[in-house]
Design a protein around this ligand. Structure first.
Ligand code: ZN
Length: 426
């Protein structure tokens, strides 16, 4: 695909972003009463925005703003111009309703096709899409992108894993699009069916929608004999298609000609220096139905604008270490589930399945960690437990109140939707 946008110089990109930001702020101010009000309150007129650097003067948009304007208070166009509605499932309360014009759908397909091309796919490939179709943006997002790329798409949807394995084998799927936890479940199901997952024609897994650590990626690549490429997106911005790894697998390129990224200190709201971890904030630069200014994603990551081996000039973000919402505060210690995952997956003797149960006893927080043993494990259980506990203490300065090592296959697998690993009973 002759798409030179991704290889523009930084100066050219800045200029494009500045033009688009000016247009977006003016457009949001004119068409969304919510933005007119928040900009007025901040004392900002659209004409105050000259270059992309001025973005820092704009107020943030938050998840609460979506909730309070439910269902369509942030829409910028009339019903007549709307072509599609999706929703992002909130774990609590009302979903966030998001909408698309014809132009937005074109944009979505384009950035998804670009993402798949960056992961090495082209029109000769067959993409098996195991994301859920429906209000969730995963299914139709990947579907539209694969079609735009000219690839063959198998709209398998989520679940029905035995049939998915058969489809992948019989239709010779080149790529599987799914969550990281589903990729592992798929491999396990294949093995149970007597199909060696490494012998399947799959060469690529496009994974996303859940945080995924590097050891988890290695598990997926090893078990399925594929290369795994992470992608990132969120419905409030467009869905999947905001960022994706290129063949260098060295962070996800953010398609910042359409989605402008900043990283801020979540406590102060101030930008952090490049390379430091903070909360990702994104601004849409070309959306029509639902322009979003400085959206606080709640996702923690770092950003780099160092050149990438692939030659693309677009900034790269690290895998999300956690959502600000995922932060577990246990007896005053701040922990992300991904940090625990990083430690336990260092051990070959355990399988990549675990759960964290939080509770409260005598007004004290307790954390119970349950970890599955590797399928072939027949070693010293107590010795392994001691080693895992010691490693957790050294790496995280934290020891769970209980560490249970359970037989392979004990922890419930997630066939549909996102995996749940943390159960807070407090
Ligand atoms: Zn790259």
């Amino acid at each position: 695909m002759a798409d030179t946008t991704q290889y523009r110089s930084h100066d050219e990109l800045r200029e494009l972003q500045s033009d688009r930001l000016r247009d977006t702020v003016e457009y949001a101010f004119e068409n969304v009463p919510f933005y007119r009000q928040t900009l007025d309150e901040a004392g900002i007129a659209p004409t105050d925005i000259d270059s992309i650097e001025d973005i820092q003067s704009l107020p943030f948009t938050t998840k609460a703003d979506f909730r309070e304007t439910y269902p369509d208070g942030l829409f910028a166009v009339d019903d007549d111009e709307l072509r599609r509605i999706h929703a992002s499932s909130g774990t609590t309360g009302k979903p966030k309703i998001v909408s698309y014009t014809d132009g937005d759908l074109e944009l979505w397909h384009e950035v998804m096709a670009r993402s798949m091309a960056a992961a090495g796919l082209d029109s000769s490939d067959t993409v098996q899409n195991a994301y859920g179709y429906g209000l969730f943006t995963g299914g139709l997002g990947f579907h539209g992108g694969a079609e735009e790329l000219g690839a063959t798409v198998i709209p398998a949807g989520s679940g029905n894993t035995q049939r998915q394995v058969e489809l992948a084998r019989d239709l010779e799927s080149d790529a599987l699009a799914c969550t990281p936890s589903y990729a592992l479940y798929f491999a396990e199901t294949a093995a149970e069916m007597g199909v060696d997952p490494r012998e399947l024609p799959l060469s690529t897994v496009l994974y996303g929608a859940e945080p995924c650590t590097e050891p988890m990626r290695e598990e997926i690549e090893d078990r399925l004999g594929v290369r795994g490429y992470e992608n990132y997106g969120l419905s409030e911005l467009i869905g999947p298609g905001v960022a994706v790894e290129c063949e260098a697998q060295a962070g996800m390129h953010i398609w910042e000609d359409h989605f402008y990224p900043e990283v801020i200190d979540p406590r102060t709201g101030e930008p952090v220096p490049e390379g430091e971890e903070g909360e990702l904030v994104l601004t849409t630069l070309t959306k029509e139905a639902l322009p979003v200014l400085r959206y606080r994603t709640g996702d923690l990551t770092t950003l780099t604008r160092e050149p990438c081996d692939c030659g693309r000039s677009m900034a790269r973000m690290d895998s999300v270490t956690g959502r600000a919402d995922d932060l577990l505060i246990v007896r005053g210690v701040n922990l992300y589930p991904s940090q625990i995952e990083d430690v336990i997956l260092e051990f070959d003797a355990v399988a990549p399945y675990y759960r964290i149960d939080l509770d409260r006893e005598n007004n004290l927080d307790t954390l119970e960690l349950t970890v599955e043993l590797a399928e072939a494990f027949d070693g010293d259980l107590d010795g392994l437990r001691d080693k895992v506990l010691e490693r957790l203490q050294n790496a995280l300065s934290f020891t769970p109140d209980e560490l249970e090592l359970v037989e392979y296959g004990t922890i419930e697998r997630t066939e549909v939707g996102k995996v749940t690993r943390v159960y807070d009973h407090r």
